[in-house]
Design a protein around this ligand. Structure first.
Ligand code: AMP
Ligand code: MG
Length: 417
């Protein structure tokens, strides 16, 4: 496990800007070092551990992009139809050896290798044929309808950079250049807890004053989408000593400890004190809404992230703090979330100095532009504000009001995993 010094997240200010938190994460967290070789069929979602170079050119040989006729461009009349004798036939998987296109047309099919001297292919739909000849119209450019050797990937080029989290298209590219297995970082192991005396497992009887634990299921699902191995360690009571004991025990065998609830300043919020008794808690007031407070800390050299209790705050802080933290730990290069510019169809007032995320749905306005419609309920506990919307509108720190028609940045939920 990565060993961190206790003050690695130290920060002096009261409310920490999100970007400052992300810089600290990037600077102070080291990726897991262990790597393993996985077969390509198991590589989706894994993080590539080293630059992967292509052992071949892709395509490996020049080939036809269509069903048609391969020719040399110099044999064509630029101004009138050209009649050429038909000579040879090459299908996909066939061989061009011994065939040449000089002053003839060679029948070829999509994917077929081309004779070395052929530089242009006519689509069969554009050609007229007689039993022994083909008549080709003028005007086709040299190089048309063929795929040059190496036009996709040059031999030796980096096909997968270190830090790439494998997507289906990355798997396809690796397969296309003949790679059968890859070095990847080992999967992260995350210890997951909920905290709160009011929580019961869904499926159980709901006693007076109790609510079902939804955060743990939310976080487990988010973590799984991120390719993390989750240890679901259940619900912790609001008791400092119990919390301290269970959190410390979780530090061995995990790369991150993640909790929700209990990080505010209330008398019943014991997570902060528990972490301080066994490790170091380094910041816990983040300039983000919904979200604040978020605790980051170190327990026995392992990072600890304590998210708020309200489910919407859990979701938002997971996406904007835990996700970059996981990316860093897993050795993944995460491109920053790039909000799409859309038009606000709502008014909103906020305090400057903190970043806010508003749950919105998109609709297309009569003039064809995408508009963000705010969910009717803003509370950080309103789960349906997440299920009934398409994403988050990001309102930057310096913004204080949004009026209908203003441009806002939109982050679709699908962008966040
Ligand atoms: P806390 O920060 O612990 O005071 O929690 C804030 C709010 O979030 C309270 O209303 C809690 O009941 C609620 N909450 C905390 N943890 C969970 C959870 N695991 N599932 C659903 N709601 C929760
Ligand atoms: Mg609580």
């Amino acid at each position: 496990m990565a060993q961190l010094t206790d003050d690695c997240f130290a920060f002096g200010g009261a409310l920490m800007p999100v970007d400052a938190a992300l810089r600290l994460i990037a600077d102070r967290i080291m990726p897991v070092a262990e790597t393993q070789e996985v077969r390509l069929s198991h590589a989706d979602g894994r993080v590539v551990a080293a630059d992967i170079l292509s052992p071949i050119a892709l395509p490996p040989f020049a080939n036809s992009a269509v069903d048609g006729y391969a020719v040399r461009h110099v044999d064509l009349d630029p101004d009138a139809p050209t009649q050429l004798p038909l000579r040879g036939r090459i299908a996909a998987g066939g061989s061009a050896t011994g065939l040449a296109a000089r002053q003839v047309a060679v029948r070829v099919f999509t994917g077929a290798p081309l004779p070395d001297d052929a530089d242009t292919v006519f689509m069969q739909e554009d050609a007229k044929t007689t039993p022994k000849h083909v008549i080709l119209p003028p005007g086709l450019r040299k190089g048309a309808n063929l795929r040059r050797a190496g036009e996709d990937v040059a031999r030796g080029a980096v096909v997968l950079p270190a830090g790439r989290r494998m997507r289906p298209q990355d798997v396809a590219l690796a397969a296309a250049v003949g790679i059968a297995s890859l070095p990847v970082r080992r999967q992260l192991k995350v210890a997951l807890f909920s905290t709160g005396d009011e929580l019961v497992e869904s499926g159980e009887v709901l006693a007076e004053g109790a609510i079902y634990d939804s955060n743990r299921l939310l976080l487990a699902a988010l973590l799984q989408r991120f390719g993390v191995q989750v240890s679901d360690l259940g619900i912790l009571r609001d008791d400092r000593d119990e919390l301290a004991g269970r959190l410390e025990a979780a530090a061995s065998g995990h790369d991150l400890i993640l909790t929700s609830g209990g990080v505010s300043t209330g008398e019943e919020d014991h997570v902060k004190a528990a972490v301080e008794s066994i490790g170091k808690l380094v910041f816990w007031r983040l300039a983000i809404k919904p979200g604040r407070p978020v605790a980051l800390g170190i327990i026995d050299g392992i990072p600890f992230a304590g998210l708020p209790g309200n489910p919407v705050a859990v979701f938002v802080t997971f996406c904007h703090v835990v996700r970059p933290l996981l990316a860093r730990l897993s050795g993944m290069q995460l491109s920053p979330l790039a909000p799409l510019e859309v038009r606000a169809a709502f008014s909103y007032k906020k305090k400057p100095g903190r970043r806010e995320y508003v749950r919105v749905s998109l609709r297309i306005s009569p003039d064809g532009k995408a508009e963000a419609v705010k969910h009717a309920q803003e509370g950080a506990g309103i789960l349906t504000s997440l299920t009934e919307t398409h994403g988050l509108a990001e309102l930057a720190e310096d913004v204080s009001t949004i009026a209908p028609g203003d441009a806002v940045g939109f982050l679709p939920y699908a962008m966040m995993w």
